[in-house]
Design a protein around this ligand. Structure first.
Ligand SMILES: Nc1ncnc2c1ncn2[C@@H]1O[C@H](COP(=O)(O)OP(=O)(O)OP(=O)(O)O)[C@@H](O)[C@H]1O
Ligand SMILES: O=C(O)[C@H](O)[C@@H](O)[C@H](O)[C@H](O)CO
Length: 175
């Protein structure tokens, strides 16, 4: 979880690879209307996000049932959004990628071939509700290297990797 550009998709692919479980990209479940709004820099509201989270949750539950678990890359910015996902997968643990808006903006500027630019960042930072103490998961500092984030997430969540670490060239982010 985290705002656009926090590094969710990049880290989630690496975690799924290390854990040898499927990966779900929540961006793939947006309606055409929502994608159009976001590509014009307009942030989504609760009415847009609720049915989207239901689609993500249902797909994730189906995949998780058929495997040993699942890794989802999803903004899940508000507590109610995370509660919504937990309706489908009650044992979900969240990895909150937290960090300085300037660094995130810098990374968004450098990102290629993505339907969302820097313009959504401010609205997402306004909506963001950090992980609360009663929510299972960890908060990590997104300024760390990706390898460090993978190791820290697995260690702090107490999840054992099934697969050997991938070389960077083996990691592909489906879009
Ligand atoms: N820890 C990191 N160190 C350096 N670069 C990173 C790190 N994490 C992500 N990046 C880079 O930052 C950019 C944004 O990452 P990514 O697309 O994974 O973010 P995201 O949170 O999934 O964004 P969105 O919600 O918009 O899909 C990418 O170009 C990625 O390569
Ligand atoms: O909650 C939201 O508004 C959405 O999830 C966004 O975070 C987009 O999916 C993302 O910014 C595009 O990659």
């Amino acid at each position: 979880m985290g705002v656009s550009g926090a590094g969710k998709s990049t880290l989630a692919v690496m975690l799924a690879d290390r854990l040898d479980v499927p990966f779900i990209e929540a961006d793939d479940y947006h309606s055409d209307e929502a994608r159009d709004l976001m590509s014009r820099g307009i942030g989504l509201n609760d009415e847009h996000r609720t049915p989207w989270l239901d689609r993500v949750g249902a797909a994730a539950r189906e995949s998780a049932d058929a495997a040993d678990g699942i890794v989802i890359a999803c903004s899940a910015l508000r507590r109610i959004y995370r509660d919504r996902l937990r309706r489908y997968l009650p044992a979900t643990k969240f990895v909150f990628l937290n960090g300085a808006p300037d660094l995130i903006a810098e990374r968004l500027k450098g990102r290629q071939n993505h339907f969302v630019g820097q313009s959504l960042l401010e609205s997402q930072l306004n909506v963001l509700e950090p992980l609360e103490p009663d929510e299972p998961g960890v908060t990590l500092d997104l300024s760390e290297t990706l390898d460090a984030l993978v190791d820290e997430a697995l260690r702090k969540l107490g999840v054992a990797p099934n697969a050997a670490p991938a070389t960077p060239t083996e990691v592909r982010i489906p879009r």
